[in-house]
Design a binder for this molecule. Structure first.
Ligand SMILES: C[S@@+](CC[C@H](N)C(=O)[O-])C[C@H]1O[C@@H](n2cnc3c(N)ncnc32)[C@H](O)[C@@H]1O
Length: 224
């Protein structure tokens, strides 16, 4: 549950804005949120499309999401318990897919490739996917932080280079369209002038190479 509040409300606003800028979400879309957790993003996008299928391997997270769905009176969200690194139900067909901070916790490159293929499989031809994860960018490198965290009692964590994101998407048969940075001003925690910082960050996310400077990178891809 910690990750739902970890980045704070202003970062969630930025993430949603970057997603909406690049997802081209239409009222008729069927969206799958793979690794939805407790529905931080799911519930925000549900009001903007026809249907959302929210997938996670954690029963507890899905139960929390279900109570949120109930509280907010959302009638178009279905939850599915599944391990995306194994398979996703074959009857899921989506016009849009988001997967936010899931792949970074899949503990092998083979597992991440398989997960990405499963994500691609649910996407209709012409459909669009956004996969966002923490980057192995300049800030991590300057701090000497490792690309990967692993060990007893640690939640496995892999950070990505832009090349890795492109390779994952292409390996799954999708066409990468662009990579957006998300969280260039993350270090400010958006304190002081949150609205202005979020606005500036949203604009800067489009600059070439932004994902090297941002905490997260979002790759936007299309199914052929
Ligand atoms: C950091 S949380 C992000 C949740 C949500 N996307 C968000 O941004 O708020 C990662 C989520 O991915 C889920 N997850 C990790 N590995 C998974 C897998 N192999 N299949 C499905 N869900 C997975 C976890 O249970 C957790 O809910």
């Amino acid at each position: 549950m910690e990750y739902a509040t970890l980045h704070g409300p202003w970062f969630a606003r930025l993430e949603t804005a970057v997603l909406l800028d690049n997802l081209d979400l239409r009222p008729s879309d069927v969206l799958v949120d793979v690794g939805c957790g407790t529905g931080r993003i799911t519930t925000l996008l549900a009001t903007r499309c026809a249907r959302v299928i929210a997938v996670d391997r954690s029963q507890r997270s899905l139960e929390i999401l279900e109570s949120r769905i109930e509280e907010r009176g959302l009638r178009n969200v279905t939850t599915v318990l599944a391990d995306a690194s194994q398979s996703l139900p074959s009857d899921i067909i989506a016009t849009r897919v988001v997967s936010i901070q899931l792949l970074q916790h899949v503990p092998s490159s083979e597992g991440r490739a398989k997960t990405m293929k499963n994500i691609a499989q649910v996407l209709k031809p012409g459909g669009r996917a956004i996969v966002a994860n923490e980057m192995y960018g300049l800030s991590r490198r300057f701090r000497g932080a490792p690309q990967e965290l692993d060990g007893p009692g640690i939640l496995y964590f892999h950070t990505f280079t832009p090349r890795e994101l492109v390779d994952l998407v292409e390996g799954a048969g999708l066409i990468p369209l662009r990579i957006r940075g998300c969280g260039i001003f993350y270090w400010t925690r958006y304190v002081g002038a949150p609205r202005a910082l979020v606005k500036l960050d949203r604009w800067a996310s489009n600059l070439p190479g932004a994902s090297w400077f941002a905490k997260f990178g979002a790759i936007v891809a299309r199914n052929c």
